[in-house]
Design a binder for this molecule. Structure first.
Ligand code: NDP
Length: 294
């Protein structure tokens, strides 16, 4: 058996197309053009590349992009003042502060200062709490992408045994909450879980968000299961350049799983597409319009 490969790149492109159509409709019919402000402190190369891609896609989908670059030495007070300014700016519907922040800045304090209605990363405790309470919320982008990908294979996740490996606030916990909201039976595992392979083998839907190169082996996977690999791990390639691999041993998994996301080209492209979705949702909510069809 060879698993079906879930084409995150194509699904993300389709989603960005839907967002662009929605942005056009909002602008034409309601005079609302969604705006996303991205704040980058310092010059971490990975962060610069993420921020560049986010700004590019924001513009491509017809939204306004506001770029705020601050020096590595920025003070916490200055960063908080910028967040407050963006909170008050009616042209800004979404605020994203790129992590990690320099060590002199308390990242949680900065995230907590973002207006929850503009918190398009979904990291504010109010949004995390609303998600956990089953209330409408802005939800973290990567977990939202995982659910959209899983639903391309299983339009209903109700009753499925879902196992999430990893319990970070950014991926594992919100994925688990979203799966629960989809009526899956959810098990969340972590570094202290006993006999992780056996727990994973029970999963109809397995989500790996660990940050460990190819830790999930083929024999951890139930035959026919759907596997969503969130991991992005950089390893040395044959030509001296590095390459990206996931948290799942892809070649092994391919012979056991029913469907699987590749790395790269699986969950990764969905993250930015879902950021665009959240920005449109935030813009609609702030204008008192119904939630968009994306
Ligand atoms: P964290 O390091 O914050 O969390 C990792 C989780 O994995 C923790 O809950 C940890 O358990 C668990 N874990 C670590 N080692 C083991 C082990 N040996 N057995 C079982 N569980 C283990 O990572 P993130 O959640 O931020 O990211 C996870 C992965 O997803 C990374 O590869 C990251 O690069 C990738 N990622 C990809 C994104 C995308 O856009 N595709 C976006 C965000 C992340 P414990 O809590 O007990 O320590």
């Amino acid at each position: 058996m060879t698993a079906r490969i879930i084409d995150g790149k194509a699904i993300a492109a389709e989603l960005r197309g839907k967002v662009a159509r929605e942005v056009e409709r909002l602008t034409d019919q309601h005079g609302v053009t969604p705006g996303l402000a991205v704040v980058l402190a310092g010059n971490n190369p990975a962060s610069e590349s993420y921020v560049g891609s986010k700004a590019k896609v924001t513009k491509e989908t017809g939204m306004r992009s506001f770029d705020h670059r601050l020096p590595e030495t920025v003070s916490e007070a200055d960063l908080l003042a910028l967040v407050r300014k963006l909170n008050a700016d009616p042209a800004v519907h979404g605020i994203l502060v790129q992590l990690p922040l320099p060590p002199q800045v308390d990242a949680q304090k900065v995230l907590n200062a973002i207006d929850p209605g503009k918190d398009v990363d979904g990291f504010h405790p109010v949004n995390a709490g609303r998600l956990a309470s089953g209330l409408p919320a802005l939800v973290p982008c990567t977990p939202l992408g995982c659910i959209i990908l899983a639903k391309t294979v299983h339009p209903s996740l109700a009753g499925m045994d879902a196992v999430v490996v990893g319990r970070s606030n950014i991926v594992g916990k919100p994925v688990a909450q979203l799966l629960l909201a989809e009526n899956a039976t959810v098990t969340v595992t972590h570094s202290k879980t006993r006999d992780l392979p056996a727990v994973c083998r029970r999963a109809d839907l397995l989500v790996a968000a660990i940050g460990r190169t190819e830790m999930v082996r083929g024999d951890w996977i139930k035959p026919g299961a759907t596997v969503i690999d969130v991991g992005i791990n950089r390893v040395p390639g044959v030509d001296g350049k590095s390459r990206l691999v996931g948290d799942v041993a892809f070649a092994e998994a391919l012979t056991v799983a029913g469907a699987i996301t590749p790395v790269p080209g699986g969950v990764g492209p969905m993250t930015i597409a879902c950021l665009m979705v959240n920005t449109v949702r935030a813009a609609c909510a702030s204008a008192g319009l119904p939630a968009p069809e994306v």
